[in-house]
Design a protein around this ligand. Structure first.
Ligand SMILES: Nc1ncnc2c1ncn2[C@@H]1O[C@H](COP(=O)(O)OP(=O)(O)OP(=O)(O)O)[C@@H](O)[C@H]1O
Ligand SMILES: [Mg+2]
Length: 254
């Protein structure tokens, strides 16, 4: 064996799956004004977002991605809507009644997002974690756009957000969403059916109409934010293979 050859027991000779792949850093930026005094150059982790309608399979995919990433030696952190320590409980309570105006409810969600951004997402990225977000600003924007909130105002509001390293939108047709939601919860959710909009008194009908409006807004936002659309109407494993393949490119800094 030549003196400079890698011996068979050397880590470089191990199969790819058992090697810890150190993510290649890529420059980070905010969508707009961002958060003052933050040194983005120190953020070595990656922010991966999975978007999609209620019941589109986000939790299923994220759970598989977490075990896949952790199995490869990456530390992960998960965030999602209405999960901040600051306001998640109050937000849930406010949603029990229909007491907030559209703007106030939107700002409540923005506060929940900002708290997680400052206290979970940014510190984790600084520590080199893989941050997996179950929904991000796009769902919040789409919900508000469907309710007639001004788009420029929303873009300015969410100018605090970090641009993720990848955003995957799980696209699932409305009829399949109904099936999955019934299979999971045996019911449809008031807010995810857009019942506050008065589209229909029938929740099933309202759900279909509302999810169609949401899908249109996502299509519109895709033009600005360029997220990757993933066909979610396929078997779980097939979708996950595609996501893993795309995340490998992110880890390689592509
Ligand atoms: N690719 C798939 N094909 C068929 N069924 C699926 C698929 N992915 C998830 N499901 C099923 O659909 C239901 C919803 O999935 P899941 O909870 O992952 O979705 P979600 O987007 O996280 O939903 P929620 O918006 O309620 O958080 C579950 O019962 C799950 O087992
Ligand atoms: Mg879920």
């Amino acid at each position: 064996m030549p003196s400079n050859a890698v011996p068979p027991s050397h880590p470089l000779k191990r199969p790819a799956a058992s090697r810890v792949l150190v993510p290649k850093p890529s420059p980070k930026r905010f969508y707009g004004h961002g958060i003052p005094g933050v040194d983005l150059a120190k953020f070595t982790g990656k922010l991966i977002v999975v978007e999609g309608a209620d019941g589109s399979g986000r939790s299923t995919q994220l759970a598989q991605l977490v075990s896949w990433l952790e199995g490869r030696g990456h530390a992960t952190v998960q965030v999602g809507l209405k999960r901040s320590t600051l306001v998640s409980e109050e937000l849930s309570r406010a949603q029990q009644g229909n007491i907030l105006s559209r703007t106030t409810l939107g700002l409540f969600y923005a506060t929940d997002f900002a708290d997680q951004l400052e206290n979970i997402i940014m510190p984790a990225l600084k520590a080199g974690f893989m941050v997996l977000a179950d929904r991000y600003i796009y769902t919040l924007m789409a919900r508000d756009l469907v309710r007639g909130v001004d788009e420029e105002w929303l873009k300015n509001l969410y100018g605090i957000a970090l641009v993720p390293d990848a955003v995957f939108y799980l696209q699932v047709c409305a009829e399949e969403l109904v099936q999955r939601n019934f299979a999971k919860n045996h019911a449809l959710d008031y807010w995810e059916s857009g019942m506050d909009l008065g589209l229909s008194r029938d929740m099933f009908d309202s759900f279909l109409q509302y999810q169609t409006l949401m899908a249109e807004q996502f299509k519109h936002l895709q033009k600005t934010y360029g997220f990757s659309i993933v066909d979610g109407d396929r078997p779980t494993e097939e979708i996950n293979r595609e996501l893993q393949h795309k995340i490998e490119s992110v880890l390689a800094g592509k």
